[in-house]
Design a binder for this molecule. Structure first.
Ligand code: PLP
Ligand SMILES: N[C@@H](CCOP(=O)(O)O)C(=O)O
Length: 481
């Protein structure tokens, strides 16, 4: 498989998987995409079903990922999948089991990994891939990432102790929960550098992109990406849509729909990839919180990003995002993979006016039928109500992000916009957001044994202004010392 940029010019040479794994963002500022989506037929789906049931998630992950990775020997890739998706890391061979809730909704558990969020599902694999490629090339990697609370800890735990890798993680100062802060800032290791930036997540992400756009700096300091701008993150996430389809249906003729709590549009985009490959997915529901830029697009065709000041601080804080990176990947598919058009929309129009409209285009009018996207949003009151409702009926504790998806899913089911089976993606454990759980239920979530001492750790973090130059200076200081 070869990869191209969403913005590239047609004469650009397509890249291999290991090239783009270390590169992250494309040099033209676009995002890498496979030149095509491999197609799977009914026989393949049935064989995947058998593999998942008999051999577990790691074996399925290998089958899916090998379709996109042809520059790593298969035995090595299989071994990496086994190490990433071990029972030790995720607690079971299924890795992402499902629970059936009332209202005919399934809950896909994606938060059984080391940091209690769905990010571990991809990040554990990324840790294996980075270590493998760096070992072969004898290179070092300085990962520069942005987090709203979950990517950061997931990346740090996945990369900790991996030779030749340092992590510089930008966090939005004062916007993460105490648990999320403690998980990250508690790590005392010279290869993990936490930075509290004076801004929101979008500012952190902008700094990452600005530094990645400085080709000389990027090359000199071997800057790599762990955010979902890195295609490998999304690829690893495709696997759990297949695993969920197998668990909820497993019959090639029977489709499954998904409701996905959405911020940077990575998770739901992985569902779009699975659907585009021929995995039997009917609807993909984009569920946002009050920061509803994406819900607005799917309702109106207008994509209007918001400034940091207009980005609300909500009780599903990991989704307080108003510039969703991966949305560009979807628009690339929506406009028929026309790179010049993507450049025009994301560089010329968005860059100058802060918005663009596809409302009057045939592509947008066909989008729902062709790509199966639905959307909705949720408020703080909705989240509280959803957490209460699921706990009352099913005795299951869901976190505020999962609650956003559950609310939009239930509305869509009741309104007849979507059919069963309908799967809600559980993206974090409630323990990370105990303040909101206490408000909803009057109880604190139980702290799993593995997190018993998280809150007691020290605080290792550097405060910096919202300025790429200040971040570059810190990277220079650490790497050159
Ligand atoms: C707990 C949680 N749920 C949902 C999301 C949204 O996922 P995505 O950014 O891939 O849309 C995030 C991060 O953005 C998250 O941390
Ligand atoms: N919710 C994320 C922010 C989005 O990051 P990405 O790595 O998925 O692009 C977080 O918790 O940091």
């Amino acid at each position: 498989m070869r990869y191209i940029s969403t913005r590239g010019v047609p004469t650009d040479q397509p890249r291999t998987f290991t090239d783009i794994l270390l590169a992250g963002l494309a040099p033209d500022g676009g995002l890498y995409m496979p030149v095509e989506y491999p197609q799977v037929d009914a026989d393949t789906l049935l064989s995947w079903s058998k593999i998942f049931r008999e051999e577990g998630y790691a074996a399925l992950a290998f089958e899916v990922m090998r379709l996109y990775i042809d520059d790593i020997p298969e035995d090595d890739l299989r071994a990496m999948c086994q190490r990433a998706y071990s029972v030790e890391n995720f607690g079971s061979r299924e890795v992402s089991p499902m629970t059936q809730l009332s209202d005919h909704i399934w809950l896909l558990h994606l938060s059984n990994g080391p940091t209690a969020a769905f990010k571990d599902m991809a990040m554990q694999m990324l840790g294996q891939l980075f270590e493998y490629v760096l070992d072969k090339t004898a290179k070092e990697l300085n990962i520069l990432g942005a987090t709203s609370g979950d990517t950061g800890s997931s990346a740090e735990y996945a990369m900790l102790g991996k030779g030749g890798i340092r992590v510089f993680m930008l966090t939005p100062s004062g916007r993460m929960t105490p648990f999320q802060q403690a998980q990250m800032y508690g790590i005392d290791d010279p290869a993990i550098i936490n930075i509290a930036l004076d801004g929101v997540f979008d500012d952190c992400q902008d700094v990452v992109k600005a530094i990645s756009a400085d080709a000389d700096f990027k090359q000199r300091y071997s800057i790599g990406a762990v955010n979902s701008i890195n295609w490998a993150r999304l690829l690893a996430q495709v696997v759990y849509y297949v695993a969920a389809w197998i668990q909820a249906s497993g019959t090639p003729g029977n489709k499954v729909s998904f409701s996905v709590p959405t911020g940077n549009f990575g998770d739901v985009f992985a569902g779009h990839v699975a659907r585009s490959m021929g995995v039997p997915i009917d609807q993909l529901i984009v569920a946002t919180n009050e920061n509803n830029v994406l819900d607005e697009f799917y309702r109106t065709g207008i994509y209007r990003v918001r400034s940091s000041e207009q980005t609300f601080k909500t009780s599903s804080p990991s989704m307080d995002i108003s510039k969703a990176s991966n949305f560009e990947r979807f628009v690339f598919d929506l406009v028929g993979r026309d790179q010049a058009r993507v450049r025009e929309l994301f560089v010329d129009q968005l860059g100058t006016r802060g918005e663009f409209s596809l409302a009057d285009t045939r592509e947008f009018k066909d989008a729902r039928r062709k790509f199966g996207f639905l959307s909705g949003s949720s408020t703080h009151a909705d989240r509280i109500d959803s957490i209460q409702s699921v706990y009352r009926h099913d005795r299951v504790l869901i976190d505020p992000h999962t609650a956003d998806a559950w609310k939009v899913a239930r509305d869509a089911l009741r309104g007849g916009a979507v059919e069963q089976p309908l799967v809600v993606l559980e993206t974090a454990l409630a323990v990370k957001f105990s303040e909101t759980i206490e408000e909803a239920l009057g109880i604190m979530p139980e702290v799993p044994e593995r997190f018993a001492s998280v809150m007691d750790a020290g605080r290792h973090v550097v405060d910096l202004p919202n300025d790429p130059e200040a971040v570059k200076a810190l990277i220079r200081e650490v790497v050159d010392s």
